[in-house]
Design a protein around this ligand. Structure first.
Ligand SMILES: Nc1ncnc2c1ncn2[C@@H]1O[C@H](COP(=O)(O)OP(=O)(O)OP(=O)(O)O)[C@@H](O)[C@H]1O
Ligand SMILES: [Mg+2]
Length: 253
C-alpha cells in the first residue's frame, strides 16, 4: 500500500499463468470468524474465488462485507480461520506485505492525501504494475486530471483515484468496497466497463462488495450473500434474487 520501498513482486500481468492453487483457486477464505468484543462480525465465513473470476459480495448494512475485505487485505486479523492466496496462508500478514503478494483493495470511503495532486497520490503507493501511472489514470477515467488536487475531486473521481492507487501496485486480486455508492447511472455504467476491462485486459481477479445489484450484474453473475456475519447464499445472482431467505433479508418482513 503506501510508502513502502519499491517491491520486487511481479505484477498481475507478468506473473506466470496457471500459478493459482488447486482447481485454479486464487483466493480461499476458510472458516473465518471475526469477533469485536462480544460482536460476532463474521461467523465461519468461507468463500473461494478462482483466478480471473469476479465474485460479488452483497448483504445488508452491517452484515460484515467490509470486515471480509479488511481481513483479506490484512487490516484485521481473523479471530479464527484463515485466508489463503494460491494455497499459501496469508492471514496475519500486514497490508503492505499482502500488497507485494498481489492483494490490494479500494476503500468504501476513499481517503486520498488532499493536499497532493492526483499524480502525487499515486507516486506514494508502491508500484508493481507494468502500466505507467498515466495509463492507469486513463484506464480509470482520470486521464488529463493528473495535476488536480485530490481535495478538488468529486466523490466519483476520488473513487477513481482510489482505484488507480490500488492498481499501481499491480494487484492480481483486487477487493472493491462499494465503488458504486453515491454515483449516477452513467458513472456506474462507466465504472462497470472499467472493472470488466481490469479482468479482461489485465487478468485481475475481483471481489466486488456492492449494494447496487444492477451495477453488480454488469460485472458478474456469481454472488455470495452475507447476513449478520454469516453466508446465507452462494451461487448465481439471478437465483439469489429468487431465494426466499435472501429476499427476506433484503426486503425484511
Ligand atoms: N473495527 C471495528 N470495531 C468494532 N466493531 C466493528 C468494527 N468494524 C466493524 N464493526 C462492526 O461489525 C459489523 C460488520 O461491519 P461491516 O463494516 O463489515 O459491515 P458492512 O456489511 O460493510 O456494512 P455497510 O454496508 O454499512 O458498509 C457491524 O456491526 C459493525 O458495527
Ligand atoms: Mg461496508
Amino acid at each position: 500500500m503506501f510508502a513502502e520501498q519499491a517491491p520486487s513482486a511481479p505484477s498481475a500481468e507478468t506473473r506466470p499463468p496457471g500459478e493459482a492453487g488447486p482447481g485454479n483457486e486464487l483466493l480461499v477464505v476458510d472458516g473465518v470468524t471475526k469477533l469485536f468484543g462480544p460482536l460476532r462480525a463474521l461467523d465461519e465465513v468461507s468463500l473461494r474465488v478462482n483466478s480471473g473470476e469476479v465474485l460479488g459480495l452483497v448483504g445488508p448494512n452491517g452484515s460484515g462485507k467490509t470486515t471480509v475485505i479488511n481481513v483479506i487485505s490484512g487490516l484485521l486479523e481473523p479471530t479464527s480461520g484463515e485466508v489463503r492466496l494460491n494455497g499459501q496462508r496469508v492471514s496475519g500478514l500486514a497490508p503492505h506485505r499482502l500488497a507485494r503478494k498481489g492483494i490490494n483493495r479500494t476503500f468504501q470511503i476513499p481517503k486520498p492525501f488532499p493536499e497532493l495532486t492526483v499524480s502525487e497520490n499515486l507516486k506514494v503507493a508502491v508500484h508493481a504494475s507494468r502500466l505507467a501511472d498515466a495509463e492507469i489514470l486513463e484506464l480509470v477515467g482520470l486521464g488529463g486530471g493528473a495535476e488536480r488536487l485530490a481535495s478538488e475531486l468529486t466523490a466519483s473521481d476520488q473513487k477513481r483515484l482510489d482505484l488507480a492507487r490500488a492498481l499501481v501496485t499491480g494487484p492480481r486480486l483486487l477487493l472493491v468496497d462499494e465503488l458504486g455508492a453515491g454515483l449516477s447511472k452513467s458513472e456506474l455504467d462507466e465504472l462497470a466497463v472499467i472493472l470488466r476491462r481490469l479482468v479482461a485486459e489485465l487478468g485481475i481477479t475481483l471481489l466486488v462488495v456492492e449494494h447496487l445489484l444492477g451495477f453488480l450484474e454488469q460485472v458478474t453473475d456469481k454472488v455470495t450473500v452475507l447476513n449478520a456475519g454469516a453466508i446465507i447464499f452462494s451461487g448465481v445472482l439471478s437465483e439469489a434474487l429468487a431465494d426466499p431467505t435472501v429476499i427476506k433479508v433484503f426486503i425484511g418482513e
